[in-house]
Write a protein that binds this ligand. Structure first.
Ligand code: HEC
Length: 523
């Protein structure tokens, strides 16, 4: 149960939190939302500005048109029109020839530019929407007095402003207002010089007002469209990216699962390799122990027979029934030498058992699974003893140890496992009977263990792959193909390397190089 729990958390850990927990996805999405919102706001501002600009441009054109007609009128010093109820004589116009009569008796009156503007403005207003008006801060005609907005505009013109525009609420909805100044020209002086104006002065202004509603409608349309576009883009990207993330998440989980399976499989293989090594060891050790235990047992049997005979004789002596024949029956001299031999032999046997057990303990160094300065020669020796059973029928073992070999920083139990793997491989490489030479040596930086066999050797294509996991030339079921790969890992972890040379029929030599100065390897 605990194991399942731990593997599942390990699995979860393999999937990054950003992918695993969907709430993290909201972060980029919120960011995306903010970007879209900002863009929308910018866009709306732009639409507002643009439609207002269009309306203002319309007002400007209107202003120009009115100015054209006015200037035309002024250039003539006023124009004459027939007197009708719509065009009565202008009471504010003081002119010697204001009212005239044509030769055929039609009454004509002079229309000055301001009056004409007012007349056209009346027509435009009744025609639709646009209202324009001539105003002044000091009007001749009181009704031409500027309203509040116009007064502010005129004051601004006095300070050099070229035009003003703005919106203003009114009973008929918001209106857009535009105004620009009217400057006194030569042609104006004919009528306005008497008020003290001179060319270049600001006589007043022409204000153009129009309903803001059409502009607002156009703006609303634009806003609706851009909002729709932004919303669609937002949702589309949201949906697509969410889908992709979901996909990624699922894939990641699948991958994590596969990786866990692989790790488990790898762990199991390492375990079975270990078990296989232990199997070899156990067989060897059993054999080694069996032998001495066997003869110690039979020796004890013989010794028991001897003591039984002696006890019988001693009993007979005590009761005084012992005869000459009884003493002769016990071959005393023989018994004396033989039992001493038996005891010595048994002791030797037990000593062998003790030594094997000690070697085993040394080999695995179970009590010292830590880094330490180890004597490699001693390690080789105890490993040789442990795997002796595997070697003795195959090869003669020649030892060529470096007597001055310095101690090497390592995990002794692991290095022993490497030596064991190499020794067993060497034994397996020998077909009939051969020699295994075990050497050790060192220089200033490295210490090495060399194991050379006189076995069948390897062709280059096999040599290239011997450190690959699961690669084996042994028959199915005879080797996991992990021995050398594990050895390679162990030696790499120590900062060392394994060199190999071999040729078919010419034996194989493997050399394990270990650095004399410990590599820093995740201690
Ligand atoms: C033929 C005479 C005549 C000429 C030329 C003339 N005006 Fe006027 N103007 C008048 C009279 C009269 C008024 C009085 C109010 C009205 O008729 O509405 C007036 C009014 C105005 C007003 C309105 C403010 C007010 O005082 O009531 C402005 C602004 C104005 N004129 C500017 C000009 C400019 C600028 C020119 C030259 C381009 C010009 N006028 C040329 C006669 C003239």
């Amino acid at each position: 149960m605990t194991e399942m729990l731990s593997t599942s958390t390990a699995n979860l850990r393999a999937v990054p939190q950003l992918i695993r927990e969907r709430r993290w996805w909201l972060l980029p999405l919120v960011l995306w939302g903010i970007i879209v919102a900002l863009s929308l706001e910018l866009q709306i501002d732009k639409i507002r500005e643009q439609s207002t600009q269009v309306a203002i441009e319309g007002a400007r054109n209107m202003f120009r048109m009115v100015m054209l007609t006015r200037n035309w009128n002024a250039s003539h010093g006023g124009v004459y029109v027939p007197v009708t109820p719509e065009t009565p004589p202008n009471p504010y116009l003081e002119h010697s020839r204001r009212d005239i009569t044509t030769t055929d008796g039609v009454a004509m009156t002079m229309v000055n530019p301001a009056y004409m503007t007012r007349l056209i403005a009346g027509m435009a207003a009744s025609d639709g929407g646009v209202v324009f008006r001539l105003t002044s801060l000091r009007p001749i005609r009181p009704a031409n007095m500027a309203d509040d907005w116009e007064r502010r505009a005129l004051e601004a013109f006095e300070h050099g402003e070229k035009e003003t525009m703005g919106t203003e609420p009114s009973p008929h909805g918001t209106i857009l207002r535009y105004m620009a100044p009217l400057l006194v020209q030569e042609s104006c002086l004919a009528c306005h010089a008497k008020q003290g104006y001179k060319a270049g002065d600001i006589r007043g202004g022409l204000s153009v007002s129009q309903s803001y509603a059409p502009v607002q409608a156009a703006t609303r349309d634009g806003i609706r469209q851009t909002t729709l576009a932004h919303g669609t883009a937002f949702l589309l990207v949201l949906a697509v990216s969410w889908g992709l993330l979901e996909l990624l998440r699922r894939r990641w989980f699948e991958l994590a699962g596969k990786m866990r399976e692989l790790e488990e499989a790898h762990g199991q293989l390492l375990q079975s390799e270990k078990m296989a090594s232990i199997g070899v060891l156990a067989a060897g050790v059993a054999h080694e122990i069996n032998n001495p235990v066997g003869f110690v047992n039979s020796n004890l049997g013989t010794l028991k027979t001897y003591t039984d005979e002696l006890i019988t004789l001693l009993e007979a002596c005590r009761t005084g029934k012992a005869t000459e024949a009884d003493f002769v029956a016990v071959e005393f001299d023989y018994l004396k030498t033989d039992s001493a031999d038996l005891i010595r032999e048994s002791r030797d046997g037990l000593e062998r058992v003790r030594k094997i057990v000690a070697d085993l303990k040394d080999f695995s160094r179970l009590d010292q699974a830590e880094w330490q300065e180890a004597d490699l020669n001693a390690g080789i020796e105890c490993t040789l003893n442990v795997v002796w059973n595997e070697l003795k029928y195959k090869a003669e073992v020649v030892r060529e140890y470096d007597p001055e070999l310095p101690k090497v920083p390592c995990l002794p139990a692991q290095i022993n496992q490497v030596i064991m793997n190499l020794l067993i491989n060497a034994a397996h490489a020998i077909d009939e009977r051969g020699t295994i030479t075990v050497r050790s040596g060192h220089d200033t930086q490295w210490a090495w263990i060399e194991i050379a066999d006189t076995g069948h050797g390897m062709p280059p294509e096999v040599l290239k792959r011997i450190f690959d996991p699961f690669y084996t030339t042994k028959p199915v079921g005879k080797g996991t193909g992990l021995g050398l790969s594990i050895s390679y890992d162990i030696v790499s972890k120590h900062g060392g390397r394994i060199d190999v040379s071999s040729k078919p029929g010419g034996g194989t030599t493997l050399r394990v190089n270990l650095p004399l100065i410990a590599a820093d390897m995740g201690r």
